[in-house]
Structures are given as structure tokens and as C-alpha cells.
Design a protein around this ligand. Structure first.
Ligand code: ATP
Length: 233
């Protein structure tokens, strides 16, 4: 469904990703783990069109998205839930969610998604008219996840969804990923919390210095902690 073939990318002259190939199958949860600075965020940005691949191809559902705009990529069904929960702090909670659906023309579908997300995160409904910037860190994280889901994606790219959250909220994020999976939506999950990532994922890739250094079933990687430690440093 999503396939990266020999992708290289970076920032200006600095090449970060080198010859990365990976796949995310339909309704599959795939974890992407690796030490700090390995290029995980860069990889997600390359998929969602925020930075350009300098070599290789990003193909999704048979469509070559390597040089597509971020809007076309969202329209194709890929939503990006970025690191640092970048919500629009001067807009209300509900405006943030509605903007997540800016490409969805069917207003009835937008209402249904909104109700769905409020069902999932009741606190967002309680605070729907408040400015997003007034939410707690955990609530902003929920909002960022909710906003990504508003575009009715078929694949969600999550960048460190558990970062800075309390254990209770981390459990909630894990539940969300599981529910997304149950709905038949695929997930590519970047997580510092490797244990969490491998519990949620079917398969995992380990990235080291911009390259894929290992790929396996998540259960196999979990069963081999010493190998995993060697990869992750
Ligand atoms: P982390 O878990 O620390 O976020 P990561 O695996 O997600 O790590 P990236 O954020 O993709 O790693 O960063 C990979 C490399 O790219 C790092 O060396 C980083 O310093 C560099 N980098 C990231 N953003 C930029 C940028 N805007 N301009 C130049 N270099 C950057």
C-alpha cells in the first residue's frame, strides 16, 4: 500500500536518509524505531511531502507521490500527526478539528468524524469552544491525533505520540492506535518508547544513521532485547 523505494532525503546539502526502502501494508501497524537523530522524523516528513526525496520513490496505492504536494498527499489518504503536537493555538479546539478535514467535501461526513473524535476524547468536546493553546499538553496531543483523523485517512503517520505524556495518557494513545487499526486504517508509528511501539505494531523497522539496519516482526524484535539494545544504543 505504501512503498518507499531507495529513498534519500535531507535538508539542503545535508543528506539524512540514504537509500531507505520500506513498506506499510493495508491496515498494518508498522513501528519505526532508532536512536535520536537516526532520521525517523525526516522519514515521516518525506512521506507527507514536507521535504522532498532527492532519490528514490514514494508510492502509495499505486500512485507515485514522490513529487506531490502535501495537500495531494493528504487527499490520497495519508495523514501526518507531527511531533511536538503542533496545534493552532489561537483557534478553538473545534476549528482545529475542522481544519483537519479541509479537503473533505461531504459536510455530513465531517460532522460524523467530529462526533467520533468527541466520543473518543470527551474532554475535547467539553472544551470545543476554547482556544487550543489553553489545553494541557496531553489534551493538545489528543487534539493533534483527532485532527489527523479528521481527514479520513487510510494511513496515519504518528511522530512520537507518547512524548511528554503521563502513563494514563500513554495508555489512551495506545488505545487510539489500536482502535485506528481495528477500523482498517494503517499506521506508521515513530516512538521513542520502543516497548510501546513494538507492542502495538505488527512489524518494525530499525533506522540507524539514516539507513534501515533491521526489519522484522515486532514480536521477534521484542523477543531479542539484546539485539534491539545493540541497534538502539
Ligand atoms: P529524534 O528522535 O531525536 O527526533 P529522529 O530519528 O526523528 O530523531 P530527525 O529529527 O529526522 O531524527 O533528524 C535526523 C538528523 O537531521 C539529525 O541529525 C538532525 O540534526 C537533522 N535535522 C533535523 N531537522 C533539520 C533541519 N531542519 N535542518 C537541518 N538538519 C536537520
Amino acid at each position: 500500500m505504501l512503498e518507499l523505494k531507495g529513498v534519500s532525503a535531507g535538508y539542503g546539502p545535508v543528506e539524512i536518509l540514504r537509500d531507505v526502502s520500506l513498506q506499510v501494508g493495508e491496515a498494518e501497524v508498522v513501528a519505526l524505531v532508532g536512536p535520536n537523530g537516526a532520521g525517523k522524523t525526516t522519514l515521516l516528513k518525506t512521506i507527507s511531502g514536507l521535504i522532498r526525496a532527492t532519490a528514490g520513490n514514494v508510492v502509495y496505492d499505486g500512485q507515485d507521490l514522490t513529487r506531490a504536494s502535501a495537500a495531494v498527499i493528504v487527499g490520497a489518504g495519508i495523514a501526518h500527526c507531527p511531533e511536538e503536537r503542533k496545534v493552532w493555538s489561537h483557534m478553538s479546539v473545534e476549528e482545529n478539528l475542522e481544519l483537519g478535514a479541509y479537503l473533505v467535501r461531504d459536510r455530513g461526513a465531517v460532522r460524523r468524524s467530529l462526533q467520533d473524535i468527541y466520543g473518543e476524547f470527551p474532554v475535547l468536546e467539553e472544551r470545543r469552544t476554547e482556544l487550543a493553546g489553553r489545553l494541557s499538553g496531553g489534551q493538545q496531543q489528543m487534539l493533534a491525533v483527532g485532527r489527523a483523523l479528521m481527514s479520513q485517512p487510510k494511513l496515519v503517520l504518528f511522530d512520537e505520540p507518547s512524548l511528554g505524556l503521563s502513563p494514563i495518557l500513554i495508555r489512551q494513545i495506545a488505545t487510539i492506535v489500536e482502535r485506528i487499526h481495528q477500523r482498517g486504517i494503517a499506521v506508521l508509528l515513530v516512538e521513542q518508547n520502543v516497548d510501546l511501539a513494538l507492542r502495538l505494531a505488527n512489524r518494525a523497522y530499525v533506522l540507524g544513521s539514516g539507513k534501515v539496519v533491521a526489519e522484522d516482526k515486532a514480536s521477534s524484535l521484542r523477543a531479542n532485547p539484546s539485539l534491539l539494545k545493540a541497534y538502539l544504543g
